[in-house]
Design a binder for this molecule. Structure first.
Ligand code: AMP
Length: 541
């Protein structure tokens, strides 16, 4: 040994190489647009990714170029997750639910050179085509090869793959190369791009998969309901390949009924999505019971999982709920709420109290909380402060935006904008976004906690709380409430009575408005900005 070692770069192709060596036979199943199942293996994925990466290079894609995807969750999108970074380029997932002006802003800001568009989404993309300045090629998939489109320079996916063979050397030669780009949903101001390197995505895959995090194993069958355009499907596609887990992709079938059927038929063990998805699934299962006890972790993140829903899944359906918290800027995983050995003797009710929290930071994420003056606060489970984080998969700046001063502290921590408490044993609980808190008579009211309490009512499907101006108290909470389909003439007085022993009396909103649905953001969260403007325009009750 001469003591010289080649540096080992943590690049995403190595995760795929690993899957191809160790788990080539493991399955990837996609529910296709026509309702049929497409099945293949990691070996098939590997072969096609190599062809696709080679074809992209032949098309003129250079290291560092951004290549966009506009697609549901399916095997082609998975291929792009590896082929684009493997070609040395940056996989830029475009959120299909954005308004046209946000979408065109993002494609132009990222200067995407090539964009892959799924057939069913073509009409949505075509609406912005005229505003796009950077794209040189569009590649269509899941659509017949005689599809007519207004998009210029169109190629078809399968033709592109067939144009190249598998003899390709990965272009991702350095772990510091950019590999992924995801814009935040942009509830305020212009969307901001979070750029991930190969290294950060590789480490995040290991971090998210670790036993005390999501704990993805070879024996798992993983269903990412969370879209691939929402923070890289929370890193699951990479964590699955790293551990050789089977993957099930729902395609465009995100309604409760097909999801329930897919989970039961494919014996899914880990399913991940936002609370709205699991609210819908729960009510579907109440009406059309199915056995989904195959699920050993129902991963919920993106917004707070109501305690009542966790209790319902665990006590009625035998499904373990795993609450998680993260942000696009964090690749995204930050905390998970597995119970620890210290909780062994607790009653079920006490366990659900803990599971309503967002959980402890996974190894790889450091956290601290600070007050309004930036002073660090103790982890006593009571004092609320802004959560700040740092770690190897947390961005250090936004893509082509100089807003570091407001987003990062001078000593390099990322300001999450979430207001939380930390318990002495490291369990974090989100109280609010800084901008959503209600300040009433000089005291804070946590809208998340209030929503949780209202949603515990068996006849309430969803509840969102916003601050409204108040002459006496400065601000008061307003609750917008959606009732379950079978609710009996529930009144705001009934809800007030229900809340009396659950929250402080002065937290109870005087104004409760019954609505048909809560407006949602492009990634399925309560859109409080829209609620606030509806209230301001007098459209709410
Ligand atoms: P995004 O980058 O779109 O995923 O949004 C990140 C934000 O979603 C966080 O800063 C939180 O405000 C919120 N969020 C994510 N997970 C949770 C959770 N489990 N509970 C409450 N809020 C959450």
């Amino acid at each position: 040994m001469n003591g010289l070692m080649m540096e080992y770069h943590l690049t995403l192709d190595r995760i795929l190489e690993h899957a191809n060596h160790i788990s080539p036979h493991k399955r990837i199943t996609t529910l296709q647009p026509d309702g049929t199942l497409h099945r293949y293996t990691y070996a098939d994925l590997y072969r096609r990714v190599k062809q696709l990466a080679k074809a992209l290079v032949a098309l003129g894609v250079q290291p560092g170029d951004r290549v966009g995807t506009f697609a549901w969750n399916n095997y082609q999108h998975l291929e792009l997750y590896y082929a684009i970074p493997g070609a040395g380029a940056v996989c830029h997932t475009l959120n299909i639910r954005l308004f046209p002006e946000q979408l065109s802003y993002i494609v132009n800001h990222a200067a995407d050179k090539v964009v892959f568009v799924e057939g069913s989404l073509l009409p949505l993309y075509e609406r912005v085509a005229d505003q796009i300045t950077s794209v040189q090629h569009y590649i269509l998939f899941n659509t017949p090869s005689d599809t007519q489109t207004r998009l210029p320079n169109v190629l078809f996916y399968e033709d592109l793959i067939e144009s190249a063979d598998e003899d390709f050397a990965w272009r991702s030669t350095d772990e510091q190369m950019a590999a992924g780009l995801c814009y935040t949903s942009g509830t305020t101001g212009e969307p901001k791009g979070a750029l991930y390197s190969h290294r950060s995505m590789y480490l995040h895959a290991l971090g998210a998969g670790q036993a005390n995090a999501l704990g993805v194993r070879e024996t798992d069958v993983v269903l990412p309901v969370v879209p691939q355009f929402h923070a890289m499907a929370w890193g699951l596609p990479y964590a699955c390949a790293a551990s050789g887990a089977d993957i099930v992709m729902p395609g465009l079938h995100l309604k409760p009924e097909p999801l329930a059927q897919l989970i039961e038929a494919e014996r899914v063990t880990i399913a991940a999505g936002v609370p709205t998805i699991w609210t819908g699934l729960y009510h579907e299962l109440k009406n059309n019971p199915r056995d989904i006890s195959c699920i050993r972790a129902l991963v919920v993140g993106g917004s707070a999982m109501p305690r009542a829903l966790t209790k319902a899944y665990e006590s009625e359906l035998g499904v373990n709920v795993l609450h998680a918290w993260g942000m696009t800027e964090m690749s995204p995983l930050g905390t998970v709420c597995n119970l620890s050995s210290q909780h062994a003797g607790l009653s079920d009710e006490q366990k659900w109290d803990i599971k309503a929290k967002q959980g402890y930071p996974i190894c790889g994420v450091e956290m601290r909380i600070v007050d309004e003056l930036g002073q660090e606060l103790p982890w006593d489970g009571r004092q609320m402060g802004e959560l700040q984080v740092r770690g190897p998969w947390i961005i250090r700046q936004y893509f082509k935006r100089d807003i570091s001063a407001e987003s990062f502290t001078p000593d390099g921590w990322f300001r999450t904008g979430d207001v939380v408490t930390m318990s002495p044993d490291g369990y974090m609980q989100i109280m609010d976004r800084t901008k959503d808190l209600v300040k009433s008579g000089g005291e804070w009211i946590s809208t998340v906690e209030l929503e949780n309490a209202i949603m515990a009512h068996p006849q309430v499907l969803e509840a969102a709380v916003i601050a409204i101006p108040d002459a006496k108290w400065q601000e008061r909470p307003l609750a917008a409430v959606v009732l379950t389909p079978d609710a009996q003439a529930l009144t705001s007085a009934d809800i007030t009575t229900f809340l009396e022993d659950k929250v402080a009396r002065w937290w109870i909103p005087e104004t409760m408005i019954f609505v048909d649905e809560i407006p949602k953001t492009s990634v399925g969260k309560f859109d409080k900005k829209v609620l606030r403007s509806r209230y301001a325009e007098g459209q709410l009750g």
